[in-house]
Design a protein around this ligand. Sequence first.
Ligand code: SF4
Length: 431
Amino acid sequence: MNVYDSELVGSLLEECDYTLTQDMSEADAVFLNTCAIREKAEETVHNRLDNLHVLKRTKPNMILGVLGCMAQNLKDDILESRPYVDVILGPDSYRRIPEIIKARQGEMDNFVDTRLSKFEVYDDLFPSRHDGVNAWISIMRGCDKFCTFCIVPFTRGRERSRSIQSVVDETINAVSQGFVEITLLGQNVNSYRTPDGEFPELLKAVAKVEGVKRIRYTSPHPQDIDDALLEVMRDHSNICNYIHLPLQAGSDRILKRMNRTYTQQEFLDLVDKIYEYMPNCSISTDIIVGFPGETEDEFLETLDVVKKVHFDSSFMFKYSSRPGTKAAEYTDQISEDDKQNRLERLIVLQRKNTLSANLRHVGNTLSVMVEKVSKKSDSQWAGRTDGNMWVVFDKTDEQIKDIVNVKIEDAKGITLFGSRIHTEELIHEAA
Ligand code: SF4
């Protein structure tokens, strides 16, 4: 979402005749687009601001801005501790950038706007994208779920969705610029609703756009995955059979305390339902260990669900307390040592699961979209499967953005290795 928002800000700056530079010391304006979801992300921004202060001393006219969730959440703190920051804009205020740039030429003081909007979805703005395979498209903003550990509802405001037509228009625009994969984004992507339809209708409309080879979306909430969505995914070959399904915790008591609105059994039933519709669907997840009050037995329940579901991959985190959220006020916080110990045990289990999930593909032929030259060798490509797994294979006559068949021969860590199969070879094998 932040990459997408940065691309939106990039297009607003281009309207003011700015161009992108890769060299910070050349920049006339630097905007840090920030995330507040974890403490570590905030620390990174503070360190970056300290470094930029040194640059700003040598270039006093350089505009330095902080955008996004931290701007929303910590504006007073930033204004007080880093008065050299010129601009602070929350996630609903990016449209003000041209006006600020203009006013800046008349040397104004700090500019702060962190009002949250009930309506802003940047419907009519197209982001400034650069070369690549995948175009991110934000379809909704904000979140109404209020998980007790999460700062997003406070920094991003209430849920609101763009029109289906504007998402389709942006998809057509992205395809015309050469992008072949579309990833639909939202804090709660499948809470998307408009008078013209909900998320399944939107997916159908995007799948029909000519030239879209693959569609992904992130992040859904398990509560909003229903039969209509799974049917659309099953019935459209360009919608990837891949779901990121955040579990967060395996114990019912902790799930309730997190306000996740599902039980362990409901989550497991949903996984079964996904496989009924798409037997080869890949499923990844997010897990938080050491949520306040989590006992050793409750953590073991999380491990148990991980064993049962056998996620293809997981994003695993230690609980990070976010001031302002309900969970930050719980008095039974878990020690750093226990959180670290639980995280390490979870990672060991997930690594095993990922490897065995990947090994089950050895001998199979998978569709792979060629995305880039492999980091290890110029004579090899790296691409992703429909299920979001990376595959490395020797180059033959294919190009970046082609979808080709690759026979999987090995799996190491999180990567699959194979060889390109040309159509004739496939026909021969089938014969
Ligand atoms: S659904 Fe996601 S974004 Fe919304 S509060 Fe929960 S974790 Fe945060």
